[in-house]
Design a binder for this molecule. Structure first.
Ligand SMILES: Cc1cc2nc3c(=O)[nH]c(=O)nc-3n(C[C@H](O)[C@H](O)[C@H](O)COP(=O)(O)O)c2cc1C
Length: 191
């Protein structure tokens, strides 16, 4: 099964990455084809709202999103991992999500949703926030739900950890790594 993961934090080896790595480690144990995109290291220009994708479903910008568009078409399991910044997804994650407007046009204007493969398409949203304010999870969840719907992922689960701020603090969380590991196993389980 093909799994695509998006790492949305700019902080290398920070809390989001630690959680995501744990999830991917669990998935890797049952041999899947995993493609990890570290968004902060990629050249992804924000959507210009130029309307270029409206008639074709294809974005006119030529940058690293090309690899992501391909991966999103081919994969069946999706992980979006982001720190909560200003009550929402990080700019890195949001730029990638906004560029999926091309899929939105393809699905809703051109009426051509991404076809399902042999397995259903499922998602996992991993969030880490330094504050203990649920609104950060709620706002990120709203954006991520729209993202998953747009790329024809009808079902996703959300794991959010609050009060996790300093680099590496997630390692001290009583359940986070275990939860992330289990979420990885659940994501690729075939029912
Ligand atoms: C620009 C910025 C904005 C932030 N805004 C929030 C916020 O709105 N809510 C929150 O819970 N934490 C916020 N934080 C804290 C981060 O979510 C927290 O430090 C998190 O653990 C970072 O994850 P990372 O180590 O993967 O980068 C913010 C941090 C930064 C740098």
């Amino acid at each position: 099964m093909r799994v695509v993961a998006f790492h949305g934090s700019p902080r290398a080896e920070g809390n989001t990455e630690l959680l995501l790595k744990e999830t991917l480690r669990a998935i890797g144990e049952s041999a899947h084809d995993i493609q990890l995109f570290t968004l902060n290291l990629m050249n992804i220009r924000p959507c210009q709202d130029c309307g270029g994708c409206e008639k074709t479903g294809v974005c006119v910008i030529d940058d690293d999103m090309g690899d992501i568009y391909d991966a999103i078409r081919k994969a069946e399991r999706f992980i979006l991992a982001s720190p909560i910044f200003f009550f929402g997804l990080s700019a890195q994650a949001k730029a990638m999500v906004d560029r999926c407007q091309a899929f939105w046009c393809e699905k809703y204007l051109l009426k051509k949703a991404i076809p399902q493969g042999p397995h259903e398409r499922k998602g996992l949203l991993l969030l880490v926030g330094g504050m203990k304010r649920e609104i950060g999870i709620q706002c990120s969840e709203a954006t991520a739900a729209a993202f998953f719907r747009t790329i024809s992922v009808p079902e996703h689960r959300t794991l959010g950890f609050l009060g996790v701020d300093a680099k590496g603090a997630v390692l001290e969380h009583p359940t986070a790594l275990r939860d992330a590991c289990q979420a990885g196993k659940d994501l690729v389980a075939v029912s």
